[in-house]
Structure formats: C-alpha cells, structure tokens
Design a protein around this ligand. Structure first.
Ligand code: ZN
Length: 303
C-alpha cells in the first residue's frame, strides 16, 4: 500500500458520517400508559447506534397540565426528517395537531411505536396516518380489523372492539413482504423478545401494507407487527412491538426500527440495510446489551 494514511483517513470518514449528513429524528414522549421515561432512551440508543441519525427528544407537559403549559409545547416538526412517537396520552393542542398533520401530509416521516397507536382515537387524520389502532373506544365504527389471511391483507368488518393482547411472551415475527427496503435480506421468521402481541387493531386502514405479522393465540390470525403507510406525500412506519424496555432490547426490534425510521424519512434504507450478524433466528432471541438495562422486570411465564 503506497498511501496508508490516506486509506485510514478515507475509512474513518466512511465509518462516521458528519452530523450534517445524518437524518434528524425527533422522539415525542411525555405521556403514556407505558414507561416512556424508561423506553425513550432505548429508542434513542437503537437509532443512534446505527450512525444514520441524530436524535432529539421533545417531552409534552404531564397529564392534567393547564392550558398555558400546553401552549408552550409546539415542536417545529419541519426541522426534522422524521418524528417518532412514544406518546399515548391527552390530545395535543389544535395548533400542534394541525402542524403535525401538515408536516406528514407535506412529505414528512412518522414512526408509531407500540402504544402510540392507542393514542388519539378521536383524531381522524392521526388514525389515517397509523392505519389501525387499539383501545380508546375503537370498534367497527373506527374501521375494519386488519390481519393477513392466506398471504393477503384482510379487512374484517364484523362488529367488535379494537385492540387486544394476551399475556406477554416471546413470539415469532414472520415477514410477509421480503421485497421492501425495511425487510429486505432479513430472515423470513425470527424470534422476538418478550412483548405484548397486539391483535384486533382497527382503523381506516387506507394506503397500508403489512410487512410482518405474528400468529396470535387470542385470535388465531396473523396480526400485523410492522406496517408501512402513505399519508399525503408522507411515509409512516408503524410497529406494534415495544411494550417495555426488555421488549425493545432485541436485535430484531433495533434493526427494524432503524430501517423503518430511515425509510419513513427518505423512502429507502441506504444507511441501515445491512443485516447484522447477530440478527435473531427462529429459535433464539438476540438480546441487546445496554448499560443499566433492562430497568423493567418481565413477568414470569404463565404455567
Ligand atoms: Zn403495552
């Protein structure tokens, strides 16, 4: 090698993209029936460990805050390539809802994590963005129950509540479309860490594609885990996974979150599409080690 120094310099540049080239992510949290203060740092670690993103967090006022506290919370969504919601709580002020709607409709990226799809049952545009959601009074009026049957997306319009899950357990995530930037190259079936397996999710279910499912022991259907949607000019990645920190701390969650977030921001996965060597198999969960984690205790298996 004639120019070893040059080679090393080029390599270093390639390994760490300058901050200006990174995708700006905003995680929104602050209210949730889940431990958002524990899980947001895991989401942040999952994204930052890919080196494709810089991550900021915007925390809403806590539940029951007066209007003037809410008046000072109005993130400039358009400063970011993608917004990640770890929020399930009180309605945002109308001005924030309008600005968020305009942001996604105008081509912004949005990622909905687990109980973020429980949020805002009354907000029509939000439900169009996420496609389907659970609880909060959702039922057949909210839209069909969405699942995969015989390899095809199926809309079940029969009457019933939206949103259900059984006891937490490890489960196999099965990829339904291997030819999408988010799933390309990943094993067809992989074991996910202990989590809630969401089922009977309902909503307008427009412009939605189910990328991956898990077989629910409650419904005996292939319930959606990973979905992609278009909303106006914007792209939405919707993962139902991620009940607790121990649910998120697995390579399958990390990898699909990274890819889904990059795809929502850009429409592709140029920076995150490499399949990690420790990606889980059908038989073995690939746990991620993060300092001080897990902070939450997983429930014991049911006998
Ligand atoms: Zn949960």
């Amino acid at each position: 090698m004639r120019y070893p120094l040059l080679t090393i310099a080029t390599l270093t540049l390639a390994l760490s993209a300058p901050a200006a080239n990174k995708l700006k992510v905003l995680i929104v949290d602050g209210q949730n029936n889940h431990k958002w203060d524990i899980t947001t740092p895991v989401l942040k670690d999952a994204l930052e460990s890919s080196t494709a993103f810089t991550v900021e967090v915007s925390t809403t006022p806590q539940k029951g805050s007066p209007a003037d506290a809410w008046a000072s919370w109005n993130p400039t969504f358009s400063d970011y390539a993608v917004i990640v919601s770890n929020y399930n709580g009180e309605p945002w002020p109308q001005a924030v809802r309008s600005s968020f709607d305009a942001y996604v409709k105008g081509g912004g990226g949005f990622v909905s994590i687990h109980a973020a799809n429980n949020s805002f049952p009354e907000w029509k545009e939000y439900n169009q963005m996420i496609g389907v959601g659970g609880w909060g009074g959702r039922d057949e009026v909210s839209g069909p129950w969405l699942y995969v049957k015989d390899g095809k997306l199926f809309r079940d319009t029969s009457a019933g509540k939206g949103g259900a899950h059984g006891a937490q357990h490890e489960f196999i995530v099965e990829i339904q479309n291997s030819d999408h930037p988010i799933t390309r190259g990943l094993p067809k079936r992989w074991l996910h860490a202990k989590d809630e397996l969401y089922s009977r999710l309902r909503g307008p279910a427009e412009n939605v594609e189910i990328l991956a499912t898990a077989m629910s022991d409650l419904t005996s259907q292939n319930e959606p885990n990973l979905m992609v949607l278009s909303y106006g000019q914007g792209r939405v990645f919707h993962t139902t996974l991620g009940h607790a920190d121990y649910s998120m701390l697995d390579r399958g969650f990390y990898e699909t979150l990274q890819r889904g977030t990059e795809w929502a921001a850009t429409g592709d996965t140029k920076a995150t599409a490499e399949v990690p060597a420790d990606f889980p198999s059908e038989n073995k969960v690939a746990i991620i080690k993060l300092n001080g984690y897990p902070k939450q205790a997983a429930p014991a298996p049911k006998k």
